[in-house]
Design a protein around this ligand. Structure first.
Ligand code: SF4
Length: 329
């Protein structure tokens, strides 16, 4: 059984201007000891998926489909069960450690609180575990008494990773965990996360706009565009032998360090992603696609087998056009 099984997930934000479909029918699994990298430009829905798995969205947000975490549907959990599952079933590491840590509380106490809140241990035992967690993430246990301002950005992110591991979750969601770090620290934190995932046999969902980062840590990649997965498969295959033109554009476009604009539009890719309330008919990528042809503006592609374990939602895949036209009849 997979640690996480997501089936036909759709997430719609409710706004005064109407529903905004941010995720549209996404399906994937993550097994124990596996890292799935989720990539795409800003606004493609990848962080929305991460938040939906832990039901962190506002109550008005409409979430449809199934999210099985260790076989239990997160969308049907009662509040008490959901609170427990949020740390001991799945935890999340966000980008902004600076903002996620309480600035007036020692970091060790923050880890202890995560453990005792979930009644996994008393204060004394939890403090011993907090020290062990610091070692596990490459920090000397004496840093347990530090306040966040006494730590560097990379050290703070290591504290966030320690907190995410505090209750022995089976799934860790890492949402742009290294984006705010410089390139050397980023490499160290990526190595640490990959090492922990292997050592602890975790399932991991790693979310970032940066495909080159995902290649470092992921077993499989899923590429999102306009709320849907448009290509998925083994990381090396998807990155080096992309079958979807959008993946190829992402793979060819390396971000310039510190250039926030890359998050919104990778260099070399013209135009912008569509407004979620005004998704183009046919292939949603067709207005930007260098390989678009006539049928692309009217026939919607689904994910088709694309060789070597990949699947891609492109009408250029062998047999895809006929299959899509058949399905539309
Ligand atoms: Fe490009 Fe057409 Fe393939 Fe969409 S279906 S990615 S527009 S070639």
């Amino acid at each position: 059984m997979s640690v996480l099984s997501v089936r036909d997930l759709s997430v719609t934000y409710q706004t005064t201007g109407g529903g905004v479909p941010a995720v549209r029918g996404v399906t994937f699994d993550i097994d124990r000891g596996e890292v799935l990298g989720l990539a795409g430009e800003s606004g493609c829905g990848k962080s929305t998926i991460g938040a939906a798995i832990l039901r962190l969205h506002a109550a008005a947000t409409k979430i449809e489909g199934t999210i099985l975490l260790d076989g239990e549907n997160v969308l049907e959990m009662k509040p008490g069960r959901l609170r427990a599952a949020r740390w001991s079933g799945a935890s999340i590491v966000f980008q902004g450690a600076l903002h996620a840590l309480n600035p007036v509380k020692r970091v060790g106490d923050q880890i202890v609180e995560a453990i005792t809140t979930h009644q996994l241990a008393g204060d004394r035992e939890a403090k011993v575990r907090a020290g062990a967690l610091l070692e596990q993430v490459g920090l000397p246990p004496r840093r347990i008494d530090d306040y966040p301002h006494e730590l560097s950005g990379g050290q703070k992110q290591r504290i966030m990773i320690a907190m995410a591991l505090a209750c022995n979750p089976s799934l860790v969601i890492a949402d742009e965990p290294t984006t705010a770090l410089d390139v050397i620290v980023q490499a160290q934190v990526l190595r640490l996360m990959r090492g922990l995932e292997r050592e602890l046999g975790l399932a991991m969902l790693f979310i970032t706009h940066d495909l080159s980062v995902l290649l470092e840590v992921s077993d499989r990649l899923a590429i999102m565009y306009a709320g849907k997965i448009v290509e998925e498969g083994p990381a090396e295959q998807v990155f080096h032998h992309s079958r979807h033109p959008y993946t190829a554009a992402l793979a060819a476009a390396f971000p310039e360090i510190g250039d926030i604009r890359f998050r919104h539009r990778p260099s070399g890719l013209g135009g912008d992603p569509p407004d979620p309330q005004d998704i183009p008919p046919g292939c949603s990528f067709h207005p930007r696609c260098p390989k678009a042809f006539e049928d692309c503006s009217s026939v919607e592609p689904h994910l088709y087998p694309a060789g070597d374990g990949r699947r891609a939602a492109c009408l250029l895949i062998e047999g895809a056009l006929a299959s899509a036209k058949d399905g539309a009849r």
